[in-house]
Design a protein around this ligand. Structure first.
Ligand SMILES: Nc1ncnc2c1ncn2[C@@H]1O[C@H](COP(=O)(O)OP(=O)(O)O)[C@@H](O)[C@H]1O
Ligand SMILES: O=C(O)C1=C[C@@H](OP(=O)(O)O)[C@@H](O)[C@H](O)C1
Ligand SMILES: [Mg+2]
Length: 162
């Protein structure tokens, strides 16, 4: 079975996926960065978000056919209707949920990932969160509340699903 992790920026999708054995998980953003040879932030600047979404769509499609144990998506995977339809058809789509203040705090203190869409004002990021939250709820099979839980605790909950 493949577990697909969805959720807003800094929900913990990448951190949680990494806890699974090498080769058995894929982080779509890391895969994309390897393919494009630059960071996502650089790509947004040099090309566009739309171009990024096209690549994300293809990488996601390939990943779901590849038998990974865990797929960490990027927070914007739900932006394209094609991806939302695909998520709805899949099983074990896990929404890692947290409230906006928690996520925003994590975004600000995360020095490892550059998130171009988080460079906007806090109000705009919150607007994006509200729009996206409805999509995550809609396509998810399972919701895991991550608030007050360590990444290890979240990993354990996911392992118990198997
Ligand atoms: N359950 C958690 N509790 C506290 N901090 C977390 C948790 N999960 C992730 N983080 C931290 O939040 C930041 C973003 O995590 P990341 O896994 O990159 O999220 P995502 O891939 O969903 O954007 C990282 O600094 C990470 O260490
Ligand atoms: O929410 C988004 O649109 C994005 C989230 C990022 O992934 P994380 O959710 O892993 O931060 C990354 O794919 C890109 O910066 C766009
Ligand atoms: Mg990530």
């Amino acid at each position: 079975m493949t577990v697909i992790l969805i959720g807003f920026m800094a929900a913990g999708k990448s951190t949680v996926a990494k806890a699974f054995d090498q080769g058995k998980f894929i982080d779509l953003d890391k895969k994309i960065e390897k393919e494009i040879g630059m960071t996502i932030a650089q790509f947004f600047q040099e090309y566009s978000e739309d171009k990024f979404r096209q690549i994300e769509r293809e990488v996601f499609k390939t990943a779901v056919q590849s038998g990974y144990a865990v797929i960490a998506t990027g927070g914007g995977i739900v932006k394209l209707a094609e991806n939302r339809n695909c998520l709805k058809e899949l099983e074990n789509v896990v929404y890692l949920k947290a409230d906006f203040e928690t996520l925003y705090g994590r975004i600000l203190s995360d020095k490892e990932n550059s998130r171009p869409l988080a460079l906007r004002s806090k109000e705009e990021v919150e607007k994006l969160f509200t729009q996206r939250a409805a999509f995550y709820e809609d396509v998810a099979d399972i919701v895991i509340e991550t608030q007050g839980k360590s990444p290890e605790e979240v990993v354990k909950e996911i392992q118990e699903l198997k």
